[in-house]
Write a protein that binds this ligand. Structure first.
Ligand code: B12
Length: 527
């Protein structure tokens, strides 16, 4: 059977689809992945039509995050107008809103998709489309009515899945009206891959032990179970051995929600094997209260170079009561001190524009961040109320947001408020400067506002990027050539851009495209 998997993401890191593709291929099916970056047009591009016609798949799968809901609805409609091919939707938004999604697709997958898609392909082969499939986690739209199936917890043994490669040769992309094979047009791949394609993005676990109220994980737990599932070290290293063969991969970007959930034994074996076979710099994400000195130093010795840590707010009330994140700022300070000791590059994440956060708490956050051991970099994200999360439900009930508020403002577009501007430069200026500016609105004078508006662009353009370069190069034991190689290989989207816009231009335009579509394609936004 032939399977076409489509992503509407603006970048080429499509981990979930790559897993589904690799698994379906291992079961003997033919698969192609097609990236249609942010595609939201009122007609099907001739190149897409020709591609689908030429390939003639038996099943089309569309993967979506919440911001891709309308693009997915639009594309499915356009495909349905031209082709009589069944369509299944899957991905995080479908898991959060299965019934809504099933209005537009023939099937939805309400959990991880590897087994479900293979079973559906087998079903279509043996029984055809007229018989509704009886497959756990696959719901069917039968002429407008929903046929639900049992929910089954996902695969416990992640080692059964074939690896997702760095650049599979069945990966295609729509670019300027034509469709290209990425493996045959590697320059194009690097344009669409984040950070100029210099990293391989992967996961070694699935799930998260925390239930932060703004995060999809708080809702996924009901579907995936509470336990975090981990791959074996051998399995992870085998994937990386393959990836390492590509000379463009300069570092490994491990996206696990909490890498430190692995036992000390696992990390010890990982470090030994990683040093022996892979030996590339790598990045992990940590949660402050899960920080462990022994694990951290073992990883550092094995090449750990960046550490991404979510802090979110410097106010314990906001973290505990609003974000359901029982992490005191004192734990953040301890974790940051340890990170600083390793000399790996710290990259901290903050959430701003929270209507539940008072002015005093914003001021407290800035003070708290100014106490953290420097040098470090921090990024601000706009609090986006993703559907299905406890915080979105609370804010809708409190009439603070509309249910579809997440579509109107892209997550990296933060409010240009006085305190956001100050928080943004806090990592890069002395404490005395922070103290001078960090005042409630009632006591601020014109001079504060004027001076801050002058200081911010200067700090952002000079000190912030210098700090980024310094901590990165220091993390790489002053291997300047590595930094230069990274920049040369994709200067538009490599390190220098990371500081200003870590997700790439396409993402920044998502909400603008949706606003355009609202005006020009109003029917799409009706139920
Ligand atoms: C790695 C990651 C990224 C990477 C790669 C994304 C990717 N597509 O792989 C990058 C950096 C690109 C990214 C970007 C963003 N991300 Co992100 N990301 C993650 C993270 C941490 C892990 C995803 C992952 O690799 N999971 C492992 C794979 C195996 O699982 P999976 O992707 O869910 O896929 C499985 C199922 O969903 C299903 N499935 C998926 N697609 C399909 C398709 C079909 C047809 C079927 C049947 C099944 C199916 O089967 C897959 C295999 O089991 C998750 C958190 C999480 N725990 O999910 C957030 C998460 C997905 N991201 C999120 C967000 C918000 C974003 C951003 C919008 C914002 C940002 N961070 O700035 C951008 C979006 C940019 C864009 N337009 O492309 C949210 C999504 C919330 C939502 N409701 O949409 C999450 C859930 C985190 C959160 N805080 O809530 N992200």
């Amino acid at each position: 059977m032939k399977l076409l998997l489509i992503s509407l993401q603006s970048n080429a890191y499509v981990t979930g689809l790559k897993y589904i593709a690799a698994n379906a291929r291992a079961h003997g099916h033919d698969v192609r992945i097609l990236l249609l970056p942010g595609y939201l047009e009122d007609r099907l591009a001739p190149a897409i039509e020709d591609f689908v016609q030429g390939y003639n798949p038996d099943l089309i799968g569309v993967g979506l995050m919440s911001i891709e809901f309308y693009p997915a609805k639009n594309l499915t409609r356009l495909l349905k107008e031209k082709f009589d091919i069944p369509v299944i939707w899957g991905g995080v938004h479908v898991i959060l809103k299965p019934e809504e999604c099933l209005k537009y697709a023939d099937y939805v997958c309400i959990s991880e998709g590897e087994h479900a898609v293979v079973s559906l392909l087998e079903h279509l082969k043996l029984k055809g489309r007229d018989v509704p499939p009886v497959i756990s986690n696959v719901w069917t739209n039968r002429d407008g009515s929903i046929i639900k199936q049992t929910h089954e917890f996902p695969e416990k043994n992640l080692d059964v899945f074939p690896f997702q490669g760095y650049l599979p040769d069945y990966f295609y992309c729509l670019h300027k009206g034509s469709i290209y094979n990425f493996a045959q047009n590697q320059r194009l791949f690097r344009k669409y891959a984040l950070y100029g394609g210099t990293c391989h993005m992967m996961v070694t676990t699935r799930g998260c032990p925390f239930k932060c109220s703004y995060c999809g994980n708080s809702a996924f737990m009901a579907v995936y179970g509470k336990n975090v599932r981990a791959r074996s070290v051998a399995n992870v290293i085998e994937e990386l051995k393959e990836v390492k063969k590509d000379p463009y991969v300069l570092y490994i970007n491990i996206q696990d929600d909490c890498f430190f959930i692995h036992s000390r034994e696992w990390i010890k074996t990982f470090c030994t094997e990683y040093r022996k076979h892979i030996n590339l710099p790598f990045l992990v994400r940590v949660i402050p209260t899960m920080m462990d000195r022994e694990k951290l130093f073992m990883l550092r010795d094995a090449g750990l170079s960046w550490i991404v840590m979510g802090i979110q707010s410097g106010s314990d009330r906001v973290n505990f009561e609003i974000y359901n994140r029982n992490i005191r700022f004192s734990s953040v300070e301890e974790a940051a001190a340890l990170i600083s000791e390793t000399r790996a590059a710290p990259f901290y994440e903050m959430i701003v524009d929270n209507p539940y956060e008072t002015e005093d708490e914003k001021i407290e956050t800035i003070n708290a961040m100014s106490r953290l051991k420097k040098p470090y970099t921090a990024s601000l994200a706009h609090l986006t109320f993703f559907p299905g999360t406890p915080l979105a439900e609370r804010a809708i009930k409190d009439e603070l947001i509309a249910p579809d508020a997440y579509l109107y403002r892209y997550i990296v577009k933060t409010d240009k408020t006085y305190l956001n501007k100050l928080l943004d430069i806090t990592p890069y200026v002395p404490k005395a400067v922070v103290r001078f500016f960090n005042k409630p609105e009632a006591t601020r004078k014109m001079i504060h506002k004027t001076l801050l508006n002058i200081v911010v662009p200067i700090v952002k353009r000079t000190i912030e990027s210098s700090v980024y370069f310094f901590i990165t190069t220091r993390a790489l034991d002053y291997d300047i050539s590595w930094t230069l190689r990274t920049v040369r290989r994709g200067w538009r989207s490599a390190i220098s851009r990371v500081v200003f816009n870590f997700l790439g231009k396409g993402d920044l335009k998502y909400d603008e495209r949706l606003a355009w579509a609202r005006k020009h394609m109003p029917a799409l936004f009706e139920n």
